[in-house]
Write a protein that binds this ligand. Structure first.
Ligand code: 5RP
Length: 269
């Protein structure tokens, strides 16, 4: 694998643990002002020191993130649809030259396997991979799941494997029963989305189960930034992903940071 590509991947998947806590704040690209992300700058700033990478659109990156940050950027480059239209009808919405200009560590695109636009989104993925290879930029494929689509290991496994076969370097998907099978049959690292907001304890359980099943980490959004205490929550998730914490240990950490008077400081992994 090319040096630049390997270097960028190692900025996302931390070499010490081989795992990652990605913070996803790209929801506005089709959802508009999502709860907790109404003013992106306010949400992102306190969480940035605790994220191994930040996944977002170029609009929010340029307007709402301090350019002196050392946190690697995973740039959402697919778009063109909204919650009011047909979600699967996305295309590539950013030129690779702009991703290079923004000094990103990776680019991300959603595929919609089993949807009316399956073929277009899969071919967008291959086009993006070919374009990104020219610059040594890895591609994260997001296996998006429509409202009416099943989230079982057969479907998730199918979507993840297709993404990897087409050349994605990292796959982001949803946790499901039998997730070990999904990870085992996907030859590239798999990270999980958090999905809709659940209780903090449930989100920690989800993270723990995914890591136990072999996931390489999380690319979590709502269950962090919609938490009653996002900074405490991201640290608890980090403990599970990087420090082998149990759910109870992470839960205790969440409570400790939630009640702390002083601002939290990032622990090295
Ligand atoms: C949308 C995305 C989001 O980034 C993703 O859903 C992660 O966020 P959450 O943890 O809130 O589900 O990729 O397609």
């Amino acid at each position: 694998m090319d040096w630049g590509l390997k270097n960028r991947i190692s900025r996302i998947l931390q070499p010490k643990t081989g795992k990652t806590v990605m913070l996803a704040v790209d929801h506005g690209y089709f959802l508009g002002p999502t709860t907790g992300l109404e003013v992106p700058r306010k949400t992102i700033a306190p969480l940035l020191p605790f994220a191994d990478s930040l996944m977002l659109t170029r609009g929010v990156l340029r307007t709402s993130v301090d350019p002196t940050t050392s946190t690697p950027i995973v740039l959402r480059v697919s778009g063109g649809t909204s919650i009011l239209g047909t979600l699967s009808n996305e295309g590539i919405a950013v030129a690779m030259e702009d991703a290079v200009r923004l000094n990103v560590a990776a680019v991300a695109l959603s595929i919609f396997v089993g949807s009316p636009h399956e073929k277009e989104t899969l071919l967008s993925l291959t086009t993006l991979i070919d374009q990104a290879y020219n610059y040594g930029i890895p591609v994260l494929a997001v296996t998006a799941v429509g409202k009416d689509m099943k989230r079982d290991s057969q479907y998730i496994g199918l979507a993840c494997r297709i993404a990897a076969e087409l050349g994605a370097h990292i796959v982001k998907t949803y946790y499901c029963e039998g997730f070990e099978k999904v990870v085992e049959s996907c030859p590239v690292p798999v990270v999980i989305a958090g999905g809709k907001k659940v209780t903090e304890r449930e989100a920690l359980e989800l993270s723990y189960n995914a890591i136990q099943a072999g996931a390489s980490g999380v690319d979590m959004g709502r269950n962090i930034f919609q938490s009653e205490n996002p900074v405490a929550m991201i640290q608890a998730v980090r403990a599970i992903v990087h420090d082998k914490a149990s759910v109870s240990e992470a839960w205790e950490l969440f409570a400790k940071h939630k009640n702390a008077k002083r601002p939290a400081v990032k622990q090295t992994v």
